[in-house]
Design a protein around this ligand. Structure first.
Ligand code: NAD
Length: 455
């Protein structure tokens, strides 16, 4: 038996023993995750710095605090999530006990990406543990320092019988996917998602796909250019633009663009200073291969670079860059940018802008900036996206009460908070019936007659 099969065998027999079912066990494991993060905050921050030059502040905010908040939320709510949910009944079921019971799937697989390598593995894992599953996590090999830290920490803090880390790249992941899992939760690119779905099809394994895409930011009507620039610059250049919910491009009128550009320049300087490459608050592109891909997009654009454009291959640095005069068929519009480049497309009317986004694949998030609530309402009601946020970006994903996930090409299924518990639970329909009301039952037994249907 190979190493992967041995791990799965161990987890499968732990699940079958029922050890993960009691609430107390789940609480203990979630508390151990709290300790894991608390005890190792410095190592986590250092690993993220090695992988992405992630600033400590961003690491704490987006990989430590968000995980801690999710853990506390799950710990505070687990008892109520685990209660049976009684449903309303009709005359024929009046004497029955009818409820939905949340049950774990079994042994589940969580595959993570490199851009938030801690958050995007541990957040789904919290839902999977809360729901009572055994879990295999597969970190991204690209964020190598975090990958190795996770592999070191998980067995130190969590039950080795129930939870395991499998490491490796494409080949190891493909081998892992040959095994039968009871659910696969994948975060990453659309190309790899197709491989995941094909592998899942063999075993009819249910899948959650958390994918990316191009998240638009529409700026229409009255808007304060400085406030808009603050929020846009923060959301776009956080983690050097390597966020699945980063605003990918801006749509606005020429007049708004002209008001926005000086504000963007000023805010970039206020945030990162005059020499951005020297600023510790700017992350780096994760690897030379990814740097080359992002620079390739910039090299092929027919638009005009009006802010930034500086780059340094050795340092995997790309300056926050703004490109204008970008057409719908420009290189920057062909794929998710996933880097610090912000194209601005000018479309004069809000209606045309809505038509534009509706011609594209449904994005993971859609942003609209406007002082006018009618503009926000119009975009919300006439578009489709995984999530929606007005007058800010990214922040909607930090609220555990809101489901996080895509729609169409940006993925399917969702998690965070109770939604994460649900994503890893089977909602089992239960009807507990006794032997009463046999006379009423006679209405459905043969010999059939139309009078029995009430005609
Ligand atoms: P990726 O698809 O390249 O890698 C993700 C995982 O898949 C990694 O663990 C990797 O080892 C594995 N993998 C890579 N190639 C594989 C193959 N051929 N067969 C099997 N497994 C393979 O994605 P990435 O580059 O790490 O992440 C970037 C993408 O993820 C972007 O599109 C981004 O928008 C998306 N993303 C989405 C979310 C979300 O929550 N919806 C969050 C972060 C990133």
């Amino acid at each position: 038996m190979d190493a992967q099969s041995q791990v799965l065998e161990r987890l499968r027999s732990a699940f079958q023993s029922g050890v993960t079912i009691p609430e107390q066990f789940r609480q203990t494991q979630l508390n151990s995750l709290v300790s894991m993060i608390k005890d190792n905050e410095e190592q986590i921050v250092n690993a993220l710095h090695k992988d992405l030059a992630k600033p400590k502040f961003e690491a704490i905010l987006s990989e430590v605090d968000i995980v801690m908040n999710e853990l506390h939320y799950a710990l505070n709510n687990l008892t109520s999530w685990m209660q049976p949910e009684y449903v309303s009944k009709n005359l024929a079921t009046k004497l029955d006990n009818c409820f939905v019971r949340r049950e774990p799937f079994g042994v589940v697989l969580i595959i993570g990406p490199w851009n938030y390598p801690m958050q995007l593995l541990i957040l789904p894992m919290i839902g999977a543990i809360a729901a009572g599953n055994c879990v295999v996590i597969k970190p991204s090999e690209v964020s190598a320092a975090t990958d190795s830290l996770i592999a070191e920490l998980i067995p130190k803090y969590l039950s080795k019988d129930c939870y395991a880390v499998v490491r490796g790249g494409a080949e190891e992941t493909k081998a892992l996917l040959k095994n039968r899992f009871d659910h696969i939760f994948y975060t990453g690119s659309q190309a790899v998602a197709r491989i995941i779905l094909q592998a899942a099809a063999i075993h009819l394994t249910p899948v959650t796909l958390e994918l990316g895409g191009k998240c638009p930011c529409l700026i229409y009507g009255r808007v304060n250019a400085t406030a808009a620039a603050h929020r846009l610059v923060w959301a776009k250049f956080f983690n050097a633009g390597q966020s699945c919910v980063a605003p990918d491009y801006v749509l606005c009128s020429a007049a708004t663009r002209d008001a926005l550009l000086p504000a963007l320049r000023q805010v970039l300087e206020d945030f990162y200073g005059k020499e951005i490459q020297k600023c510790p608050d700017m992350s780096r592109i994760v690897s030379p291969r990814h740097w080359t891909r992002v620079m390739g997009l910039l090299g092929r654009t027919k638009g005009k670079v009006v802010v930034g454009g500086e780059h340094d291959q050795e340092d995997r640095y790309i300056a926050p860059t703004v490109v204008v005069d970008v057409a719908e068929d420009d290189a920057l519009m062909t794929e998710e940018i996933f880097g610090p480049i912000l194209p601005i497309l000018t479309i004069e009317s809000l209606e045309e802008s809505i038509n534009f986004i509706n011609r594209q694949e449904k994005p993971l998030a859609l942003y609209v900036f406007s002082d006018e609530s009618s503009v926000v309402k119009k975009v919300l009601e006439n578009s489709r996206s995984g999530g929606f946020c007005s007058n800010d970006a990214i922040v909607h994903m930090a609220l555990p009460g809101l489901p996080f996930g895509g729609v169409g090409n940006s993925g399917f299924g969702h998690y965070h908070g109770r939604w994460g518990f649900e994503a890893f639970s089977h909602q089992r329909a239960v009807m507990l019936r006794g032997w009463a009301l046999e006379k009423l039952n006679a209405l459905r037994y043969p010999p059939y007659s139309e009078s029995k249907l009430g005609w």
